[in-house]
Structure formats: C-alpha cells, structure tokens
Design a protein around this ligand. Structure first.
Ligand SMILES: Cc1cc2nc3c(=O)[nH]c(=O)nc-3n(C[C@H](O)[C@H](O)[C@H](O)COP(=O)(O)OP(=O)(O)OC[C@H]3O[C@@H](n4cnc5c(N)ncnc54)[C@H](O)[C@@H]3O)c2cc1C
Length: 436
C-alpha cells in the first residue's frame, strides 16, 4: 500500500524562527504552504514551549500569523527520506509523501557535546539540553547546577535554569578573558545584541561568570557529584547535582545532504552552501537559519523571510533583506572567533573515555580507523540511537584526521529511524502517478 500524498507550492521543513518566517513570506504571496516539524509545537529551539511559561510573545505572533494565512501546520512529523520533488514524512497516522514545487530547509542546529571523563554520568547533560528539559518540566528546584562549555547559549541556559528554581553555582566559559574583552568592545556595533546580553546578565545577577575555565572531568557514582574545572589558577572540584555542559552548536545538514545539496565547512563541521539569495545547489531548494551555519535567532528570521520570498519567485522582496542578512552574519562571525574552542577542551577527551555513548565505544577504539564504515564495523561506533549525530560530530570536532570522514558530505546520513512499511512504500512510488 502506498502512502497518501500531499502537494504544496512551498514546503518548509523546520518550524523554528527561520521556518516560520519562510512560511509567512511565502504564504503572504498567496502560495499553498505546508510546514513540518518533528516537535509537537512550533518555535524551534529558541522558542521551545515552556510548560510553566508558555512561549514568548514573538513566537505566539509568528504561529498565529500562519494560521491566519492558511498555512498547513504538521507537527510531530519527521522527514525521514528525501528526493528532489518530494519527501517521505513519518506522521502519527502513518507515512505521507509530501510533494513540493519549492522546498525551504530550516532544519536548525544541534548542540556540540564533547567527551571527557564522567560525561556519561546521570546528571550531566548539554547546556541547551538542560534548558530544553527544564522547559519540559524536569524538576530543578533547589538543585545545584554548574553550567559550562562555550558560547552565548550558556547564559541563556543558565537564565532558564535559574528561572525554574535551580541554584546556578557558576558559568564556566572556556574562551579566554582576552578574546571576550575584544568581543565586548565590538558589541556596540550591534545595539540589539548588546541589549540582549545585558538583559541576560541582569537575570543572572549574583552568578559568577568565569572565563578560561574548562571542565576536565565529572565525578560521581550513580550520578554526578562533583565537577573538576581547570583554570589558570589550577584545578578545583565543585560539588553539584547537575552539570550542563555544551560547546556551541553545529548545523543540521543531513536532510540537505540526502537531497544532494552541496555542503561547505564551518570550521570542522558542515553547513549547507547557498548563493547570496539562499539557493542551494539543487534547483528549487532553498535554505535558511542555523542550517547555513550558526547565526542566532535574528539571522534565522531574516534568512527565513528571504528564503520564503525566493521560494515563490519574489526575488525583489528577498533582495531588500540582503543587507540585514549580511549584518546578522557579520555578528555571527564575531561570535565564532570569540568563542573558538581551545586545544585544552579537546585534550579532556582521553583515549579511555567513551566517545559513542549509545554503543559504549571508547575513543581509543576508533583512533586509526580509515573511515566511518570501518569504525562502525569494528566497534559499532555511530550505530546506536543517535546514529552518529553525537559521536560523529565529536570526532570531527576533535580533529581526528581520519575521523573527519564521518561528515565528509558524500554519504547519505540517516535522519530518524524509519518504519519498514514507510520505507517499502517509498520504493513503490512512481512520481508520474501524481495528478498535477
Ligand atoms: C538545544 C538548543 C537550545 C537553544 N536555546 C537558545 C536560546 O535559549 N536562546 C537563543 O537565542 N538561541 C538558542 N539556541 C540557538 C537557536 O538554534 C537559534 O537561535 C534559533 O532557534 C535558530 O532558528 P532556526 O529556525 O534556524 O532553527 P531551530 O530553532 O533549531 O528549528 C529547526 C527545527 O527543525 C526541525 N527539524 C530538523 N530536522 C527535521 C526533520 N528531518 N524533520 C522534521 N523536523 C525537523 C527541528 O525539530 C526544529 O524545531 C538554541 C539551540 C539549541 C540547539
């Protein structure tokens, strides 16, 4: 039996700021627009629904506008396979084929997690992961939390955790004081960003922010009890109930890769390559937001609108946004250099530390492997639930020359686990069957 098919002029994958802005722009031009997202609610990472507080007003407005414009919203739909012209989506009701004239990829980013001794202990999560869990109702009241790693997400995460009742013991940023001072001096060129940073610091009054401060180990038994931090003053241990540690974000490029879109490198990680009007290398496929490299919410919003206009052929409207996009991307570049990871962060990943926590594979077991296939066959690295999204990304970041092929852009990466009946249906499909 084949899956039901749905047709859209413009299909948007991802309902974060970029996807919502794209859908708005395209639908306002009169197109039939569909938006899919794996999550049950729209808003993406930054506007994730908070069980206690709801969503920010900006997100509410964005979602309401789509409703008014008649956009088809498909939550809890995972795109699991892709061909030019149609996608295979796994919905609660079963598999669906989603056909499009133009596609906007707004698949966002995920957190970069790096291995260190103790990183698999219960109570150790990503910084963004802890933030997401707290919004989903994970109990934090009174818990002592250390926030660590790198990037502005540490401040956002700490502020959310505190608002949910956690006692934030400190924020440990790996970047040097010198790099952050230079960044702060340039910040007034982006007054909106400076105001955001100030607002976050105000919400975190009384919480120490330490630079040059690197997590080298977490200690505990059935859960984390202490975190060990290295700084220019030496090593020290901090007793805690929770460690939220993340090293910035990496673009979700897998869907673009499946479609055959060209990727390029952002440091050691891939991002979707686009021309100045956000066209990917595949005809009719546009991309926006963090999938193009880490740029933040404002960048995602302006790129989403550009991609939406481009998807309906309104190039002149998109053109008008180019200057704003350039400015937002220039800020992202400043962030990237200020928070670049230092060798001491990588050095915490010792050979006996698990790199693939799904399959319990230590780093030493994959060193020297010729490629991802060899590493999988020999060790099962990357074959667990995350399908290499965590360990493959960590290996690429660690700069293990041979491991870089985990994300070399030539493979067809898995997106989500897919049911056999959905897969079988997709092979039976003949695009000529579809009425135009
Ligand atoms: C864990 C985390 C927490 C963050 N918290 C903050 C914060 O507090 N403040 C801040 O300023 N920035 C935060 N960010 C940064 C944030 O990524 C951006 O600022 C902003 O959300 C980017 O918007 P976007 O639309 O590009 O992507 P996102 O907001 O990431 O949205 C992408 C969406 O695409 C969906 N998707 C991806 N692939 C598929 C698929 N195959 N099928 C179906 N759906 C798919 C995802 O479910 C997601 O909802 C966070 C990032 C992460 C990873």
């Amino acid at each position: 039996m084949r899956e039901p098919r749905l047709r859209y002029d413009v299909l948007v994958v991802g309902a974060g700021p970029a996807g919502l802005a794209a859908a708005h722009a395209a639908a306002a031009s009169g197109a039939r627009v569909g938006v899919v997202d794996a999550q049950p609610r729209g808003g993406g990472q930054v506007w994730r629904h908070d069980l206690e507080r709801g969503v920010p007003a900006a997100a509410r407005r964005a979602l309401r506008v789509l409703d008014t414009l008649g956009v088809t919203w498909m939550p809890q739909v995972q795109v699991t396979m892709a061909q030019p012209g149609w996608l295979l989506a796994d919905c609660r009701e079963g598999p669906r084929q989603l056909h499009y004239r133009a596609l906007v990829l707004a698949t966002g980013a995920r957190e970069l997690l790096l291995p260190f001794p103790g990183w698999t202990l219960p109570g150790v999560t990503g910084a963004g992961g802890a933030q997401a869990l707290s919004k989903l109702g994970w109990p934090l009241r009174g818990k002592r939390v250390v926030v660590a790693g790198s990037g502005p997400l540490l401040l956002a995460s700490a502020a959310t955790l505190r608002a949910h009742g956690a006692q934030v013991l400190g924020i440990h940023e790996q970047a040097s004081a010198h790099a952050l001072r230079a960044f702060a001096l340039r910040l007034p060129r982006w007054p909106g960003k400076a105001a955001q940073a100030l607002a976050l610091r105000t919400r975190l009054l009384g919480v120490r922010y330490r630079t040059d401060s690197i997590v080298v180990a977490a200690h505990g038994d059935d859960a984390v009890r202490e975190v060990e931090i290295e700084s220019p003053h030496g090593r020290r241990r901090i007793a805690c109930d929770q460690l939220a540690v993340g090293y910035g974000l990496v673009a979700n490029t897998e869907l673009a890769q499946l479609l055959g879109c060209r990727l390029e490198h952002e440091g050691r990680h891939p991002r979707v390559a686009v021309d100045p009007m956000l066209r990917t290398s595949v005809h009719g496929v546009f991309a926006a937001g963090e999938a193009l490299g880490i740029g933040g919410r404002d960048c995602a919003l302006v790129e989403g609108a550009m991609a939406g206009y481009m998807a309906v052929g309104a190039e002149a409207m998109a053109e008008r946004l180019r200057r704003r996009r350039r400015r937002a991307r220039a800020f992202a570049e400043q962030l990237r250099s200020a928070f670049a990871l230092r060798p001491a962060v990588h050095a915490a990943a010792r050979e006996d530390v698990l790199v693939c926590r799904c399959e319990d594979v230590p780093l030493g077991a994959v060193l020297g492997m010729a490629n991802a296939r060899e590493a999988k066959l020999a060790s099962r690295c990357g074959m667990g639930a995350c399908q290499g999204r965590v360990c493959g990304t960590a290996l690429a970041e660690l700069g293990l020359a041979r491991a870089e092929r985990f994300s070399d852009g030539r493979r067809r990466p898995p997106l989500f686990p897919v049911r056999l009946d959905a897969l079988a249906g997709s092979f039976l499909h003949d695009p000529r069957d579809i009425p135009s």
